[in-house]
Each structure stands twice: as structure tokens, then as C-alpha cells.
Design a protein. Structure first.
Lengths: 112, 559, 247
């Protein structure tokens, strides 16, 4: 439980049992960052950036999601197993999407 | 201990079943229906899956009877469609998927890792109730007219062209799917967090490893099936058009989502069976499993590869040639970890002190039949032969070799192997050996002709066929009769043995797993005291030392 | 770990806290196991939504003009407001977990009530949006109407966005967009409804002081669920509302 050393648990509270205690200041910073991200993604959709539009939209969404996962969901302070679990979910999700797309993308190439 | 066998039963004149055990702890129906004890839930599962196996098996009997003659004379063709669909749905979702994990896995995993229970006992019970709810819905479907889409629910057939009970079957599978998710989730958490002190990952019995791998597939794959079914239901009721080509949807997308689960699902079905075989082969050869680490990792490798191969079910459905190439190659790669297992089991047998108890006979059956089933899978992975063989009886024979010849053999092997632990009594050895042999013969007679039929081009899923195929179909139906006897026998003599079987004692097989070091049947909390593990799995020298120490203690205490 | 567990035992002055289940050796083991189980459950949720995201990606690439035109029918004001509401509710939920950890019962109840209200607000706005779709016959099925896409001038939203009429067979594919829109937001809303029911129960229990005695697991795991639902929306919002607002 070495990850828990930096916590700001009040005296007599066991932080390992009650999860890592993140200070409200961090929550407020993340909240503001999420608001900025939302504004940015709305703004970006009104600009004509051609093929960059969806890429930027996804990039902002991924950033926002990462912030939520790391701080609101405490993954940054969690044991490796939790991080691995999140990674496994992401990996399988990407396998589903990209292996399926491998069919759809190459269908247009026709037969050989 | 006689030289011919390793069965070491206690002195039968004085032997008793321990007074306190998980069966006698509490009485009454409610104490079973509201239990949190993983062993009791395993028994509940065992009874319910046997019930559904009997139904699915009877349907299989009807199918074979219909195929005895080339014409469709026993039942109308649409009835035949319903019969084989219900056979598939029941056998896959209500028997094969929960078979080993929910019964043997539930019973043994906590004991094997030295825990008092699964991590989430209430979730475990919930998963049984979900299973029962799903099963009841399937029975309801059967009684109100059945469903005739095949167990694959292929769109647009299931969404536009049939007017049978697709919705209630879909709901049943959705619910049963959550039952399997919760079982898998529970196993993963338990194996990670509940191991006894000293029980490191590489001291776990291989049964635990393979169930762990299967659980990963259950947790990650099943939700995709759930959403595919939800979309089919919406397509059928509202007409959302996602799978409807007339509205621009792609019916193949359903198959992508469906097989993303349903291909890993065959590994969910076979992996726990492989775990059983590892335990049985090691015990009856009196040797540590050869290449323990390789066998452990091959389970995980099968689970990981399992997510990359699903498109081989769709090679002739109009997917792109280029992705076919990739998926064909990846499919062949799955043969590697499967072969690693077969080779390692064979090497375990080499120079072992082999005895031929019933579980071992079933395990031999598994090794032979699974190898044939697996190798024919490579034929189907190769795109050229696949075009000829797919949707013929070759496919039917292939997956029955893997699922029935493989998984069902493993299940029966495991049931016999752990029967003394679960009930405290031995099954009758001679008749069960006969049953194992009858099953093996019946199985080959049933399904081997189907390889030839498929190669000759007899398509699957039809009630009638050209006359030249009749001879082989007669063989197959005759074999199914023998197979039926082979399955009926264990149900009868295992029930008999509950009352009349010899008392087994705690370790009749002289096996090394933690489950054999406690009383049979076990206490509700499994261990009087949580064990501290200081030896590897399958360490027969450790066992000998322990036995010796025990004997000396007895002698000195008597003296 | 050994330090903290001795601390706990000293703190609670008896070996097994009342909320420790008998089959766990230590409270630490129970917390580890149940927390891990919650994460595994969220994994299944990722894959559940994953199927719909895959479908979305394929059809968006196939029928891009239809998706653009159809997305212009969504109200950006309501969408943005809902994003704001959901992010705020995530924030109040995170603060709720913090107050439970700090054993501040009053703040915890306040945070949960705020989350509850924000969640209801989200669903209320969603209802307004769904109602609009019903009135304009944009709900997939027998009564689906192509009017907004064939004659954009007759439609307020399409006119404002400056849409040009779509050819008939492309216009028909807007139905797929709305199918996915309803399937995805509907499934998301279902998760919200489940969450709000649980929140109601938790407010009731929190007022009795159930979560401020050192056992915060339930609040924490519910927080994970709620943040996950938020993350789904973080992706749904740009994918459904903001496909291309500049065209």
C-alpha cells in the first residue's frame, strides 16, 4: 500500500480503507478543466477544420474522460491492478472497434 | 494402498461421513434457496444444469431420429427448425457456458486457493437466480411455440422474416448472460484477492488458471452479446434499421457483434474443461503437470487470442477478402496454445504411474476427441477449405467434437473426480468405467460420420437430405442412441451412490490439491483454519511427507 | 499495510467491524475485493456501450451527410446545458465521496441531494429533447418523417443551420442516425435512472449516518458508477450533437 503515503488523511483515519482522499482543491481544478474542455469542444465544432474536426472532438473527449478517470475516480492513486483493469477494458474496446472496422474499411477495396 | 490403483479409502467398517459438513449444517429448502455458501450454490447449479442438459439432450435425440430417414417424416420442417434451435440455445447458454465454471468452479475455486468462500457470495446466489430466470424464459418460449432462427439469431432472418418467439428467447439469453458475467466477475475477484497466505500465482492449480482465463472472457465478451440482442429486439419491435439493409443498415454488423462474444464463448466453454483435464491427468499419473507455466499461460493466451478471431464464422457472408486473410491467420494461431496443452498433458503421462480410474478414462477421451476437433478447426480456418466445408455437417461435427467430445467429457471427468469430495461417497467404479467407454464409442459413432457427410456436402439445418447420405446418417443416429445410454448411466449411478456409495474419506485419489486435504464433504467454511501454503501445485513428495507425518502422529498418539 | 490495519484495530477497538463479512480475513481484503469487483463491473459496461459506439462509427462513415443533417436537428443549447449539468453532478458526487471519507454527514447529504437534483434536471431536459423529436416525427419506426431533410427550408432547425436538401436515399439514412441517437442516449438515460434511484436510497441512509462511520465503500463505488455514466456522456455529446456545426 505504498501509494498511500502521500495522502492527507486526518488523524485516526485509515486512508487505505476509505480510499485515497483527494483534496477538494483538486476536484475544483478538474471541474474547471472539464468546463473548459466542454467549451472548447463546442467552439471547435463551429470552425471548419476539415478532417481535423472529428479528431479534435475525440481528442478533447478523451482528455476529459482521462481527467475524470484519473482524479474523480481516483485511478491515479489506485493500485496497479485497478490501472490494469481500466487498461484491459480500453484494450478490448479498441479490439472490438478496430477489428470490426478492418472488415468495413477494406470492403471497398474489392476482390482480388 | 494396493498397487493396481491409487484409491485409498478409509477402513469401510468404521468409516463415517463427518457429522458437520456443508450439507448437514442447515436443513430445509429455504436454507438452500437463500444460501451464500459457494458449495451449496454449486449443487444448485449442478441440479439445474443437469435438468437443462436432459431437455437439450432429448431434443438432440429428436433431431437424430428425424434424420434417420431422408424425408422429413417425424416432424414438419418448421418444427425441425425449432427443435434444433432450442437444442442449440439450451445446450450453449444453459449447459455448456455454466457447466464447469458454475458447478465445479464454484465448488472448488475457493477451496483450491484456500478461501472460505467466493468474494461476493450474494452475487453468486444472484447469478444462480438469473440463470433460473433465463432458463424459465427458455422453457416458456418452448411451450409457447419455440423459436426457429438457429441459436445464432442471424439478421435479417431474426428481425424481419420469422414470427416465432425471438424476443422472449433474446431476453432469456440476455438474463442468462448476466448470470455468466457475475460468475466470471466473482471468480476474477476471488482469485486475485482471496488467496491464502503463500498461495502465489504459480502455485495455483491449473484448474484455477483456466477458470480465470474463461472468466476474463465472460466479463469482457458477454456485454457485447447483450447489446447485440438489445439491438435485435429494437429492430424487431420498432424497426430502428441498424440491421435492416432496406434502411441502409448492415445485417453483417449484427454478426460482428454476435460473434465477438460467441467465438470467445467457445473458449469460455472449453477452457474450464481443460483445467479439469490438467488436474485429472496429473493425479492419475502421479506427476506434476509437465510445463506448468506453459500450460498456465496458454490458457491466458487462448483467452487473449479468442478476441481476435471471430470473423472466421463469417468468411462466406460477404466480409472483405483482406480482413478474411488477417482473421484466417489469427485463427490458426489459436491452435498453438491449444497444442501446447495437448503436448504438455502427453508429456505428463510419459513415465508417469498411470492408473485408469473413470476420470482418467474420460480425460483420455477428451484428449483424443479434442485433438480431432481442434485440428478440423484449422481446416475451417483456412479460407479455401472453409468455403467448401462451412454450413455443412463438417462444422456440426467439428464443434461437437470440441464441445461434446471435449467439454462434456471434461465435465464428466471432473464430476467423477470430485464426486467423492462433493458428496463424501464414491461412485461405483466398474459401471462408471463402462459408461466412459460407452460414451466414447457412442460419441465417435455419432459424430465421425458427420465429418464425412459434411465433406460430401450435406448442408446443416435441414430436416431432409438426398438418399445417398442415408447410410452415414443411420450410423450417426445409432451412435446417438449409444451416447444417450452413456449419459443416462452416470445420472442413474451417481444418484444411487448418494445413498449407497462407499464412504470416500478425505483424499481417495491421493491428490495434492488443497481441496483434498480437508474432510469430504467439506465444512461450510471449508477450512477450520486458513492454510498457509508452502509448496507448489502437484507436489507429490510434499503429499507423501504429509501422509507420513500424519501416520507417525497416529502411531505415537496410540502408543 | 500492516501499519494501517493495526491502526484500524486500535481505532475501532474490536477486531471485526460490524460491516465486515465473515468470509474475509481482514477489512482491507473486503475493501480491496469489492472495489475490484466494481471496476470489473464497469468493464462490462464499457463493452456494453462499445457495441453501440462501433455501430455509430461505421454508419457515420457510410452516411456522413445524413449524420450531419440529422445532428443539426439536435438542440445545441439543451445539449451543452446537459453536459454542464452532468459534469457538475460528477463534481458534487466526487465531493460527496470526499465528505464521506472526512466523516462530514451534513456535507455528504448536501452533496448527494445536489447530485440527485442535477440528475433529475438532466433527465428533465432529455425529456424536452425527446418530446421535440416525437413532434417532428424523428423517432425511427413507422411514423418516421423525412421532411426536415428533403425540404430543409420548411424546417426551423435545418433552415437555421443552412442545410441543403439531401437526395432521397441519403435522407432516408437519417433514420439510422436517430436510431443510434435514441439507443445510445436511451441506454445512457436508463443508467441515469438507476443511478438516481440508488441516490435516493443513499440520501436516506446517509441521513442515518450510515456512510460517515468509516465504511465509505458504497458511496465510493456508486461514485465510480456515476462518473462512468458521465464519461459516456462526454463521448456522446460531441459524437451526436457536434458532428459538424460549421456546415
Amino acid at each position: 500500500m505504498s501509494e498511500h503515503h502521500e495522502s492527507h488523511a486526518p488523524e485516526g483515519h485509515d486512508d487505505a480503507l476509505e480510499g485515497h482522499i483527494v483534496s477538494p482543491v483538486v476536484y475544483i481544478i478538474i471541474f474547471i478543466a472539464l468546463l473548459i474542455g466542454t467549451a472548447a469542444t463546442i467552439g471547435a465544432s463551429y470552425l471548419d477544420l476539415h478532417e481535423w474536426n472529428p479528431i479534435i472532438a475525440i481528442a478533447i473527449a478523451v482528455t476529459k474522460a482521462t481527467l475524470v478517470v484519473l482524479f474523480f475516480m481516483h485511478v491515479k492513486y489506485s493500485p496497479k491492478l485497478t490501472k490494469l483493469t481500466v487498461g484491459a477494458g480500453l484494450f478490448t474496446f479498441l479490439v472490438l472497434i478496430f477489428m470490426t472496422l478492418s472488415d468495413y474499411i477494406s470492403r471497398a477495396w474489392g476482390r482480388w | 494402498m494396493s498397487s493396481a490403483t491409487i484409491v485409498s479409502l478409509p477402513d469401510q467398517s468404521t468409516a463415517r461421513i463427518p457429522k458437520t459438513n456443508f450439507i448437514t449444517k442447515e436443513n430445509g429448502l429455504l436454507s438452500w434457496l437463500l444460501t451464500g455458501d459457494h458449495k451449496r450454490i454449486a449443487i444448485l447449479y449442478l441440479i439445474s444444469i443437469t435438468f437443462f442438459f436432459a431437455i437439450g439432450g432429448s431434443l438432440a435425440g429428436l433431431i437424430r431420429l428425424e434424420l434417420l430417414t431422408p424425408q422429413s417424416d417425424l416432424m414438419a420442417t418448421d418444427t425441425y427448425n425449432k427443435v434444433f434451435t432450442m437444442h442449440g440455445v439450451i445446450m450453449i447458454f444453459l449447459f455448456l457456458v455454466p457447466s464447469v465454471p458454475a458447478t465445479l468452479g464454484n465448488f472448488l475455486i475457493p477451496i483450491m486457493i484456500g478461501a472460505k468462500d467466493l468474494a461476493l457470495p450474494k452475487v453468486n446466489l444472484l447469478s444462480w437466480y438469473l440463470y433460473i430466470a433465463g432458463g424459465t424464459l427458455v422453457l416458456y418460449t418452448m411451450m409457447t411455440g419455440g423459436v426457429d432462427t438457429g441459436w445464432t439469431f442471424t439478421t435479417p432472418l431474426s428481425t424481419h422474416y420469422v414470427n416465432t418467439n425471438v424476443l422472449s428467447t433474446g431476453l432469456a439469453i440476455f438474463i442468462a448472460g448476466f448470470s455468466s458475467i457475475f460468475t466470471g466477475l466473482n471468480f476474477i475477484v476471488t482469485i486475485h484477492k482471496m488467496r491464502a497466505p503463500g498461495m502465489t500465482w504459480f502455485r495455483l492449480p491449473l484448474f484455477v488458471w483456466s477458470n480465470y482465463a474463461a472468466s476474463i472472457l465472460m466479463v469482457l465478451g458477454t456485454p457485447v452479446l447483450a447489446i447485440a440482442i438489445v439491438l435485435v429486439a429494437l429492430e424487431r419491435t420498432v424497426g430502428i434499421g441498424v440491421f435492416d439493409p432496406t434502411k441502409g443498415g448492415d445485417p453483417l454488423l449484427f454478426q460482428h457483434l454476435f460473434w465477438f462474444y460467441s467465438h470467445p464463448a467457445v473458449y469460455i466453454m472449453i477452457l474450464p474443461g481443460m483445467g479439469v483435464i490438467s488436474e485429472v491427468i496429473s493425479t492419475f499419473s502421479r506427476k506434476r503437470v509437465f510445463g506448468y507455466t506453459a500450460v498456465a499461460f496458454s490458457s491466458v493466451a487462448i483467452a487473449v487470442f479468442g478476441f481476435f478471431v471471430w470473423e472466421h464464422h463469417m468468411f462466406i457472408m460477404g466480409v472483405s477478402n483482406y480482413s478474411t486473410l488477417v482473421f484466417s491467420l489469427l485463427t490458426m494461431l489459436v491452435a498453438v496454445p491449444s497444442a501446447i496443452k495437448i503436448f504438455n498433458w502427453s508429456f505428463t503421462l510419459y513415465k508417469g504411474s498411470i492408473t485408469f480410474e473413470t476420470p482418467m478414462l474420460y480425460a483420455f477421451g477428451f484428449m483424443g476427441l479434442f485433438t480431432i476437433g481442434g485440428l478440423t478447426g484449422v481446416f475451417l480456418a483456412a479460407t479455401g477449405t472453409d468455403i467448401h466445408l462451412t454450413e455443412t455437417y463438417f462444422i456440426v461435427a467439428h464443434f461437437h467434437f470440441v464441445m461434446v467430445g471435449g467439454m462434456l467429457m471434461a465435465f464428466l471427468s471432473g464430476i467423477h473426480f470430485w464426486w467423492p469430495k462433493m458428496t463424501g461417497r464414491m461412485y461405483p467404479e466398474k459401471i462408471s468405467q463402462l459408461a466412459a467407454v460407452v460414451t466414447f464409442i457412442g460419441f465417435n459413432l455419432t459424430f465421425f460420420p458427420q465429418f464425412i457427410l459434411g465433406e460430401l456436402g450435406m448442408p446443416r439445418r435441414y430436416a431432409s437430405y438426398p438418399e445417398e447420405f442415408q447410410i452415414l446418417n443411420v450410423f450417426s443416429t445409432a451412435g446417438a442412441t449409444v451416447l444417450g445410454v452413456g449419459y443416462l448411466l452416470p445420472i442413474l449411478y451417481l444418484t444411487w451412490s448418494l445413498k449407497y456409495g462407499e464412504i470416500a474419506g478425505s483424499n481417495p485419489w491421493q491428490a495434492t490439491g488443497l481441496e483434498w486435504q480437508i474432510q469430504s464433504p467439506p465444512l461450510t467454511e471449508n477450512f477450520a483454519e486458513i492454510p498457509i501454503v508452502d509448496h507448489d501445485a502437484y507436489d507429490y513428495e510434499w503429499l507423501e511427507k504429509m501422509e507420513l507425518a500424519k501416520k507417525q502422529q497416529e502411531v505415537s498418539s496410540v502408543g | 499495510m500492516s501499519d494501517s490495519s493495526t491502526l484500524v484495530q486500535a481505532d475501532h477497538a474490536h477486531e471485526h467491524p460490524p460491516y465486515q463479512r465473515h468470509h474475509f480475513e481482514t477489512m482491507q481484503q473486503q475493501v480491496d475485493a469489492t472495489g475490484f469487483a466494481m471496476w470489473l463491473f464497469l468493464l462490462t459496461e464499457i463493452m456494453f456501450f462499445g457495441g453501440m459506439f462501433t455501430a455509430y462509427l461505421i454508419y457515420r462513415n457510410w452516411y456522413y451527410p445524413a449524420f450531419v443533417a440529422a445532428s443539426h436537428q439536435l438542440n445545441i443549447f439543451w445539449g451543452s446545458l446537459n453536459t454542464l449539468i452532468l459534469i457538475s453532478s460528477s463534481f458534487t458526487m466526487a465531493m460527496g465521496v470526499w465528505s464521506a471519507q472526512m466523516r462530514k454527514q451534513g456535507t455528504l447529504v448536501l452533496c448527494l441531494v445536489l447530485t440527485f437534483i442535477l440528475g433529475l434536471g438532466f433527465l428533465g431536459i432529455k425529456t424536452i429533447e425527446y418530446k421535440e423529436k416525437f413532434e417532428k416525427h424523428h423517432v425511427p419506426g413507422a411514423h418516421y418523417s423525412l421532411n426536415s431533410f428533403l425540404n430543409p427550408d420548411s424546417d426551423k432547425e435545418a433552415k437555421d443551420a443552412g442545410d441543403k436538401p439531401l437526395p432521397l436515399d441519403m435522407a432516408r439514412h437519417t433514420e439510422i442516425y436517430f436510431s443510434l441517437y435514441f439507443a445510445m442516449t436511451g441506454m445512457h438515460a436508463l443508467h441515469m435512472i438507476i443511478g438516481i434511484c440508488l441516490l435516493g436510497y443513499m440520501i436516506f441512509r446517509a441521513r442515518q449516518g450510515a456512510y460517515t462511520t468509516g465504511h465509505v465503500s458504497f458511496v465510493e463505488y456508486f461514485g465510480l458508477y456515476w462518473h462512468f455514466v458521465d464519461i459516456v456522456w462526454i463521448f456522446l455529446f460531441p459524437l451526436l450533437y457536434l458532428i459538424s456545426r460549421h456546415q
